[in-house]
Design a protein around this ligand. Structure first.
Ligand SMILES: *Cc1c(COP(=O)(O)O)cnc(C)c1O
Length: 242
C-alpha cells in the first residue's frame, strides 16, 4: 500500500470514530426523547460500496449490524467481514435469493408474494427459517420498491402462511426529495401501521422491527417510532462508486 493511500485510510478511520460517536449520541437522545431506552433502537450500518477493511474498522468501534444492498457485492465481501450480524436491505431479485440464504439473518426488503415464496422455498432447501421485513412504498412512488400500503394486509397474510418465513416487522424508505415535515409524516404513518398490525396478533407475524431512517433523518425516524435505523454515509463518509 502506498503511503498516500494508507494515510487516506487512517484519516477515514479517524473520521469514522467521530461519526460513530456522534451518531450513537444522536440515536440515544432520540430514543430517550421518544420514551424508550437506547438499547431498544438498533443501529445498522449500510455498507454498500464500503470496502471490507473500512467496515471492519466500524465493527471494531462497536457496530454490530450491517446491511448490504447488492447480492454480488455481498458475496464478494462475505468472507472478509469480521464477526457481525449481516442483513440484506436492497432490492432482491428472485433468481438471487439462493445466494443470500445462509449468509444473512434477515431480508428487510420483501415486497411481493413471489419474492416471499422464493425465500421460503430456498430457506426450506437450506433447512432454515428466514426472518423478513415487509417493505412498504410509503411515498407511493412509481418505480420504487415496496408494497403499497393498501396491499400490505394481503402480503402480510400470504407471507405469514409460508412455512419457512417469520415476518418480523416493516421497512420503508420515504421519498428522497421530500420536505422534512412530509418525511416525518411518512414515518408516523409507518409507525401507525406497525402498531395496528402488532395489535392484530397475526400468527407468525411479530412486529419486532420498524426499520426506517437513514443518514439524513434517522433521529426523526426514531422520534417517530423507528427501532432500527440504517445509516451509511453519515458513518462512512460519501460513497465512492468504482
Ligand atoms: C444506502 C442505503 C441506506 C443508507 O443511506 P445513507 O443515506 O447513506 O445513510 C439505508 N437503507 C438502504 C436500503 C440503503 O440502500
Amino acid at each position: 500500500m502506498t503511503e498516500k493511500l494508507s494515510s487516506e485510510l487512517e484519516q477515514r478511520f479517524l473520521d469514522m470514530e467521530e461519526n460513530y460517536k456522534r451518531i450513537r449520541f444522536e440515536l440515544e437522545e432520540a430514543a430517550i426523547a421518544s420514551g424508550r431506552s437506547p438499547e431498544e433502537v438498533t443501529l445498522l450500518a449500510a455498507t454498500k460500496t464500503v470496502p471490507v477493511e473500512v467496515i471492519n474498522h466500524g465493527i471494531s468501534l462497536g457496530i454490530r449490524h450491517i446491511g448490504e444492498n447488492r447480492v454480488q457485492e455481498l458475496c464478494e465481501k462475505y468472507e472478509g467481514y469480521a464477526p457481525v450480524d449481516l442483513q440484506f436491505i436492497g432490492h432482491l431479485q428472485t433468481n438471487k435469493v439462493r445466494q443470500v440464504i445462509g449468509k444473512v439473518s434477515m431480508i428487510q426488503s420483501v415486497d411481493s408474494e413471489r419474492l416471499a415464496r422464493e425465500i421460503s422455498r430456498q430457506a426450506e432447501k437450506a433447512g432454515r427459517t428466514m426472518d423478513i421485513l415487509i417493505e412498504v412504498n410509503i411515498g407511493r412512488e412509481e418505480n420504487k420498491s415496496g408494497v403499497l400500503p393498501e396491499a400490505l394486509p394481503e402480503l402480510l397474510g400470504q407471507a405469514a402462511a409460508m412455512p419457512r418465513l417469520r415476518v418480523r416487522g416493516l421497512m420503508a424508505i420515504p421519498p428522497a426529495d421530500a420536505e422534512k415535515a412530509d418525511t416525518i409524516r411518512f414515518f408516523s404513518r409507518m409507525t401507525q401501521y406497525f402498531i395496528d398490525i402488532k395489535q392484530k396478533s397475526i400468527d407468525n407475524v411479530t412486529m419486532d422491527y420498524l426499520s426506517m431512517g437513514m443518514s439524513a433523518d434517522f433521529a426523526d425516524a426514531i422520534r417517530a417510532g423507528a427501532n432500527l435505523v440504517r445509516v451509511g454515509s453519515a458513518l462512512f463518509g460519501p460513497r465512492i462508486y468504482r
